[in-house]
Design a protein around this ligand. Structure first.
Ligand code: B12
Length: 303
């Protein structure tokens, strides 16, 4: 029997990936020592090696695992599926970016909650959002667009992501004395995961955030900006369809409050123009930039 370290050395699979393949895809089921340490036998080593060979040959991890579990890989290596399977990034051997697509087809609520919890435990909130969550959502969107994921599957996953981001927002430290920033979306705009994640990052950067959510008409933005006197607002532009409404919102805000900083973020931010200040595409860096512009220094949360 081999420890996880030995198994990793024998198969060339990093220990994290090895555990991930076990938990997520059930490729192996190592026995545990009394102390809870994993032990792998020769059969497990050959299954892991077969999985690695398939993934290196371009198989998405989920399909590779199905092959390994069914024993289909005993003969010469089969070609990866072509055409309509979910494409997998070559630098995504654990299947992290593709995992939300898998969740949207499996409808396994427990697995989905577990994956989200695991991913957010891995690193800082901002790092996880920038390097995993946003790419995984984009991958989910393209799978939906190509008909590989149903509308229900996509809603099932995005609702769970929204719950997790909302929990992170509630858990983030608040700084009521910091500069006030209103964050939300323009009229007709409902893709709120990016701005909600950004609201969390802003709170963690020491700002007093008022998160106002989706679908706000320009008049409501103006009333909020004049009554609440924020130092800045952040309007998301997640879809091309949002651009005209964001332009109207920015123009109305600047007309009512010429001193206001109106930042825009999200995939289509560069198309807004006018007085809008694009924040770039990395949420962590953008939150630091807003904090810097508004004069918050060294208050970043350590949580
Ligand atoms: C989840 C989702 C939904 C959910 C949203 C749930 C929710 N509570 O937010 C629901 C089901 C509501 C939905 C509805 C629709 N959706 Co939708 N959806 C998505 C999906 C899968 C993820 C959206 C998301 O969170 N994107 C945020 C991030 C991942 O992307 P981003 O804006 O490009 O941002 C980048 C950066 O700028 C940065 N970032 C993100 N946010 C922020 C914020 C700040 C401040 C900063 C600095 C940076 C930053 O991170 C990203 C990585 O680089 C996308 C796929 C995709 N490519 O985005 C489709 C997608 C956006 N949807 C799409 C469509 C077509 C629709 C619908 C029209 C479908 C329909 N027929 O009803 C409606 C429109 C709803 C509306 N009125 O707005 C299209 C949009 C195409 C376009 N026109 O641009 C997409 C691209 C799917 C696709 N591939 O075709 N959707």
């Amino acid at each position: 029997m081999y420890s996880v370290k030995h198994a990793a050395a024998m198969t060339g699979i990093p220990p994290d990936t090895l555990r991930m393949w076990e938990r997520r895809y059930g490729v192996v089921a190592p026995v545990r020592t009394e102390g809870g340490y994993r032990l792998y036998d020769d059969a497990a080593i050959s299954r892991l090696s077969a999985m690695r060979a398939l993934v290196e040959a371009g198989w998405p991890p989920r399909l590779a695992a199905e092959q390994v579990r069914s024993g289909t890989t005993a003969g010469p290596l089969a070609s990866p599926p072509t055409g309509d399977e979910v494409p997998v990034a070559v630098d995504d051997p654990a299947g992290d970016v593709a995992v939300l697509v898998a969740m949207a087809t499996d409808f396994d609520a427990h697995a989905l909650e577990t994956v989200l919890a695991e991913m957010f435990e891995r690193d800082d909130f901002e790092h996880v959002v920038d390097t995993w969550l946003m790419p995984a959502l984009i991958s989910l969107g393209s799978a939906w667009h190509r008909g590989k994921v149903t509308v229900a599957g996509e809603h099932f996953v995005s609702a769970a992501v929204q719950r997790r981001l909302a929990a992170a927002y509630d858990a983030a430290p608040t700084n009521p004395d910091g500069p006030r920033v209103v964050v939300g979306l323009a009229r007709g705009s409902r893709h709120e995961l990016g701005v909600l994640a950004f609201a969390v990052a802003l709170r963690r950067a020491g700002l007093a955030v008022l998160y106002v959510g989706s679908d706000l008409p320009a008049e409501t933005w103006v009333v909020t900006a004049t009554d609440q006197r924020p130092a800045a607002v952040v309007v998301g532009v997640p879809s091309s369809d949002d651009v005209p409404a964001v332009r109207d919102t920015v123009a109305a805000l600047i007309a009512a409050r010429p001193d206001l900083k109106v930042f825009v973020g999200g995939g289509h931010q560069s198309r807004v123009g006018g007085a809008a200040l694009p924040l770039g595409h990395r949420l962590g860096e953008a939150a630091e930039e807003v904090a810097r512009v508004l004069g918050v220094v060294g208050q970043a949360a350590t949580a």
